[in-house]
Design a protein around this ligand. Structure first.
Ligand code: ABU
Length: 394
């Protein structure tokens, strides 16, 4: 892959040429939540990003009137890639200036058509956002079985980095969830065909009945549907995570002492929990007021004296052009420790809310990278946070 296409990617050539995975003394992999002191993180890159053709899973997420649904497939403009990288690199620098180690994903040629025995699609997606692909659970990092066909090979961008982590930290384990097939049998194709003609009320009714394009044929989840709170893991059932995925997470992690809970929200496009219900520090959650929790699902938090506060409205009425996410990326923040939070620079009301909640707020210019896969939490994946696996819900 040409380095010119991936100026921000990691894995310098000399590491590869030596043929020996690079060992980084002192490197540590461990994280149990999203709020303990952050020491090491991966930040995504926008290099060579494409808008793939819509696929059965992405179709449900792309707004009916969006140009991404049809004609816009292809490489994003160089101008937009450069601007997104300016934002992502600035964010990485702000983290490094605070002593946090930052890694970037590696280069994979996303321009190529992807073909497996089960499907074919115009291109890959890119290497934003790492949060969807990588699930750091304690001392292991798991590559998630994602449902968008364009993201089938996204894990390749992390293989070299993860190999380094494995060689550098003798306790680190690298894992891969079962690979899905993503054939037409994996999806309700009638639903896919009908989707763009459905009203918001109809999509909401389907969502409340838990009917999504994804069937239960494959084991599917995005790592960003998983919220880690020490011994408790909360997983959102929705567009990108099916019940088989949640059962797999249960069977994998419960024998290790974790407790896995399913969460559902009144949301007509439930995708990724990190703009819906976000842990801020022990005892405090931020809830999207437009996506209330299903009845009975607040109890575990309230019984354990956790406060749930509603997020203030986003600053913007619409997401930026060619963006897959909603305006609620306003609450998609990166917490650096129990008192410090990175918030998008234009989200003044969200910054004020954090200020009142007792946080030092670090504004980060990231809106022009939103279209590449999300906000500050989406754009990152934990490698190491200090702290242990606490029991917050005894
Ligand atoms: N990846 C987070 C997107 C959530 C949202 O669109 O609200």
């Amino acid at each position: 892959v040409s380095n010119d296409l991936y100026p921000n990617a990691s894995t310098p050539l000399e590491r590869k040429e030596s043929g020996v995975p690079y060992v980084r003394p002192g490197l540590h992999v461990e994280s149990y939540n999203d709020f303990d002191p952050l020491r090491h993180v991966i930040v995504g890159i926008a290099d060579n990003q494409h808008i793939p053709e819509a696929c059965p899973a992405s179709n449900e997420k792309i707004p009916a009137d969006s140009p991404m649904r049809g004609g816009k497939a292809g490489r994003r403009t160089q101008e937009s890639i450069d601007r997104a990288n300016e934002c992502l690199n600035g964010f990485a620098k702000q983290l490094e200036d605070r002593g946090i180690i930052v890694d970037r994903p590696g280069a994979v040629d996303w321009h190529q058509r992807i073909t497996t025995p089960d499907f074919t699609i115009s291109s890959g997606f890119g290497v934003m956002p790492p949060r969807d692909c990588l699930l750091t659970m304690g001392k292991s990092i798991l590559m998630a079985p994602m449902s968008f066909r364009s993201r089938y090979f996204e894990y390749l961008a992390y293989v070299d980095l993860l190999r380094e982590y494995f060689e550098s930290d003798p306790e680190c384990l690298i894992e891969q969830a079962p690979r899905p097939r993503l054939s037409d049998d994996s999806f309700r194709m009638d639903y896919v065909a009908a989707y763009e003609h459905l009203s918001d009320e109809e999509t909401m009714a389907r969502s409340l009945r838990k009917e999504y394009s994804t069937k239960e044929t494959d084991i599917l989840f995005d790592a960003a549907d998983v919220m880690r709170l020490g011994k408790d893991i909360f997983v959102q059932h929705g567009l990108t995570t099916n019940l088989a995925g949640i059962r797999w997470i249960k069977r994998k992690y419960e024998p290790q002492g974790f407790r896995v809970h399913t969460l559902s929200f009144e949301d007509n496009h439930p995708i990724h929990i990190d703009a819906t219900f976000c842990p801020l520090r022990p005892g405090l959650m931020l809830l999207n007021p437009h996506r209330p929790l299903f009845k009975g699902q607040r109890e575990i938090f309230e019984k354990n004296d956790w406060q749930i506060v509603e997020a203030v409205n986003p600053a913007w009425d619409n997401p930026p052009p060619l963006c897959y996410s909603s305006t609620w990326l306003s609450m998609n923040t990166l917490i650096l420790d129990h008192k410090t939070v990175c918030v998008e620079a234009s989200e003044k009301a969200q910054q004020e809310q954090f200020d009142k909640l007792g946080f030092e707020v670090i504004p980060v210019d990231l809106r022009d990278a939103y279209a590449f896969g999300g906000g500050l939490h989406c754009a990152t994946a934990d490698v190491w946070r200090e702290g242990q696996c606490e029991d917050y819900f005894p």
